[in-house]
Design a protein around this ligand. Structure first.
Ligand SMILES: C[C@@]1(CC(=O)O)c2cc3[nH]c(cc4nc(cc5[nH]c(cc(n2)[C@H]1CCC(=O)O)[C@@](C)(CC(=O)O)[C@@H]5CCC(=O)O)C(CC(=O)O)=C4CCC(=O)O)c(CCC(=O)O)c3CC(=O)O
Ligand SMILES: NC(=O)C1=CN([C@@H]2O[C@H](COP(=O)(O)OP(=O)(O)OC[C@H]3O[C@@H](n4cnc5c(N)ncnc54)[C@H](O)[C@@H]3O)[C@@H](O)[C@H]2O)C=CC1
Length: 216
């Protein structure tokens, strides 16, 4: 089994291809669309939902069977037809051109597999079982969802804002490190959860005053 390298892909405006238009293709397409991908679908038929998405122009549908060469200009490809030979041909074509390819019925042919994902605003938790048990990946994700609630997303938004400000405004590397480490504190998540009016200003004021006290 491959030892997978985890990455987070930016697919915004990226040309992505999905071969097939069934329920599995639809799930993969919806995942890509949520990330702003520019999706083309190839297949002789598709689900009513995908047909509607094509009709309103949110995806481009090439209503035909896949032929070698069709994957050439894409940045990411998913082979999701119900024909194993077609999916294999897509994988061969993509691997020859070094295009990352996800094959929904064959882990060995895939150079990329899709994890189970939990999103809390910009916090992303990806869980993979390396293809051993997709259902377990989803179950682990659901268990993590109980622990990592929406407060983490709200808190992360604030940290992003504070961090940008600190990187732009504070030159002293020791002070920067102190602030960036100490703004991360479970106490703030608990306060957000409990309904306190936590703001980036409040967090930063508190850490800066701790820094000053430490100095004297
Ligand atoms: C290798 C991989 C390739 C890929 O598709 O990327 C792959 C392959 C296969 N899946 C199969 C079956 C199922 N897949 C799911 C669900 C998900 N599958 C996803 C990913 C992956 N599936 C990749 C590995 C992920 C990893 O392990 O880390 C998830 C996580 C992400 C997503 O699809 O978006 C999504 C959860 C979505 C969510 O809940 O959020 C369920 C559960 C269900 O449907 O409820 C079942 C039935 C139960 C079971 O089999 O466990 C089959 C057999 C098909 C058959 O029976 O013929 C194959 C083919 C094979 O194993 O060879
Ligand atoms: N990776 C995953 O998460 C999972 C994968 N699967 C696998 O996914 C595959 C697809 O499943 P479904 O979407 O349910 O199938 P489906 O039968 O609903 O859809 C199959 C699609 O493939 C298209 N197709 C057939 N021949 C084609 C060709 N030559 N070129 C282009 N498109 C073609 C059809 O037009 C149809 O849209 C199955 O092989 C199944 O084993 C199933 C469950 C989960």
């Amino acid at each position: 089994m491959a030892r997978y390298y985890s990455v987070i892909l930016d697919l915004e405006h990226c040309p992505c291809l999905v071969v097939g238009g069934g329920s599995i293709a639809q799930r993969k397409i919806e995942g890509m669309m949520q990330c702003g991908a520019d999706v083309t679908m190839i297949g002789p038929s598709c689900t009513p939902r995908l047909e509607a998405m094509a009709a309103e122009g949110s995806i481009y549908w090439l209503s035909c069977c896949y032929r070698t060469g069709m994957a050439r200009d894409f940045a990411f490809v998913c082979a999701a037809s119900d024909d194993a030979e077609v999916n294999e041909q897509v994988a061969i074509d993509c691997r020859r051109d070094n295009i990352p390819v996800n094959v929904v019925d064959n882990t060995e042919l895939s150079s990329a597999i899709i994890p189970a994902v939990l999103r809390r605003a910009d916090v992303i938790v990806s869980v993979s079982t390396s293809g051993c048990s997709p259902a377990l990946a989803a179950a682990i994700r659901d268990k993590i969802a109980d622990v990592i609630g929406p407060a983490y997303g709200i808190y992360n938004d604030m940290l992003g804002e504070i961090r940008k400000h600190i990187l732009a405004e504070i030159d002293d590397p020791e002070k920067r490190r102190y602030i960036l480490r100490n703004i991360v504190n479970q106490r703030y998540v608990d306060m957000i959860k409990a309904g306190y009016d936590v703001t980036p200003e409040l967090i930063l004021d508190e850490i800066l005053s701790n820094w000053k006290e430490r100095d004297v």
